[in-house]
Ligand binder design. Structure first.
Ligand SMILES: *Cc1c(COP(=O)(O)O)cnc(C)c1O
Length: 369
């Protein structure tokens, strides 16, 4: 048997691609129709297939996840303050701020790093209009408790589900919770359309509004009713999405096997914490976050030791958003102490469908040495 050598460098993720012929085959009709963007055939097909796959009734596609979130917040007509997490990618906070809204950072749960619902209610004021939680690393938020709190105070809930493609809670597609959920199909995500995104939503009245907002706010041949943006997904993106959707179950199964291999090696080690897997949740194994808390080496040491072997883990999410240059004048990281601590202890280890299992062993050996 051929000896498999780890291909270097090993990055934290690697985009999955369909067989090239499949994509090329998809391109031929585009050359015939010359319809390249603006809600073409593939856009419509992709939307239909995604609704089936994700178990959703209402969905709108976007050029990327960020525009999907930003325009959804606009469509909901929010005002004032929005409660969110500092333990996320910059996009979540930017989407709030770019709508002229004020983010209010709530600390995170020390177990699964999603919004800490025990701390949520005390942050609600008469200016609060919405909650934007993040299913971070694909760990589902405490959706029932968030739903109860939101209902009690008349708040909208918009989930950043960028990490949660294809996940289910109790057999329900994760996009069914809250008023809306944003998915990202960026090349580095579990499922991608090169760049791309979508929003699922509960209120049917949002459908035309989202459609118009992503097309400059145009409502007719001679009418522009809203200050929209350009957030349209093009046909090349939709074609890639359709191809990748054919293979997604196999990709997630491969990720699962690798994640289990990591868990076998790293769980139960003193000072190493892995995210608990909740019963009833169908996971997508998007990331492999490991927290070093009281371990004999710290996060930065392990990061450096892996880098020496040309293995590049990532410090997701460090620093917290409320400590980034663009926000730290207005916010204090000390106000969200759990997020601040976890951001210094967490390392996301390489995980993607075609990662060699031997590389997982090598990474674990390095961590455990
Ligand atoms: C990737 C990501 C986004 C942004 O999605 P894009 O498709 O890259 O615009 C937003 N939030 C989180 C948590 C993400 O990981």
């Amino acid at each position: 048997m051929e000896h498999k050598k780890a291909k270097r460098p090993v990055m934290v993720t690697r985009s999955s691609l369909p067989p090239m012929e499949e994509y090329i085959e998809m391109l031929k009709p585009l050359w015939e129709s010359a319809w390249l963007t603006n809600m073409g055939d593939y856009h419509e097909q992709f939307k239909t297939r995604l609704k089936e796959y994700l178990g959703l009734e209402r969905l709108e596609l976007f050029v990327n996840g960020h525009m999907a979130l930003e325009l959804t917040l606009q469509a909901l007509g929010l005002e004032g303050e929005v409660i969110t997490t500092p333990f996320t990618f910059a996009s979540t906070t930017h989407a709030i701020v770019r709508n002229g809204l004020t983010p209010v950072f709530c600390d995170i749960d020390p177990e699964d790093y999603t919004l800490d619902t025990a701390k949520l209610e005390s942050l609600i004021t008469d200016r609060t209009s919405a909650i934007v939680p993040v299913h971070v690393y694909g760990n589902p938020c405490h959706v029932d408790e968030i739903g109860r709190i939101a209902a009690r105070h008349g708040l909208k809930v918009i989930y950043d589900a960028a990490h949660a493609f294809g996940e289910e809670i109790g057999g329900k597609g994760i996009g069914q919770f809250g008023d809306a959920s944003m998915f990202s199909f960026h090349a580095t995500k579990v499922f991608h359309s090169i760049e791309g995104g979508a929003v699922s939503f509960s209120d049917p009245a949002l459908a035309p509004l989202l459609y118009q907002l992503k097309n400059f706010g145009i409502t007719g041949y001679e009418s522009v009713d809203y200050v929209g943006a350009n957030g349209k997904m093009n046909e090349f993106q939709a074609a890639m999405g359709l191809c990748n959707l054919r293979h997604i179950d196999g990709e997630i199964a491969k990720r699962k096997a690798l994640a289990e291999r990591y868990r076998e090696r790293l769980s139960g080690v003193k000072g190493i914490r892995l995210c608990p897997e909740r019963p009833g949740v169908k996971y997508n194994y998007a990331y492999m976050p490991v927290v070093f808390d009281g371990y004999h080496k710290d996060r930065d040491q392990i990061f450096a030791e892996l880098a020496l072997q040309d293995i590049h883990a990532r410090k997701y999410f460090y620093p917290c958003i409320n400590a980034c240059a663009c926000y730290r004048d207005r916010f204090r990281e000390e106000d969200t102490p759990v997020a601040a601590r976890v951001s210094r202890q967490v390392l996301t280890l390489p995980l993607y469908a075609d990662l060699d299992p031997d590389t997982v062993d090598l990474i674990c050996d390095t961590v455990l040495r």
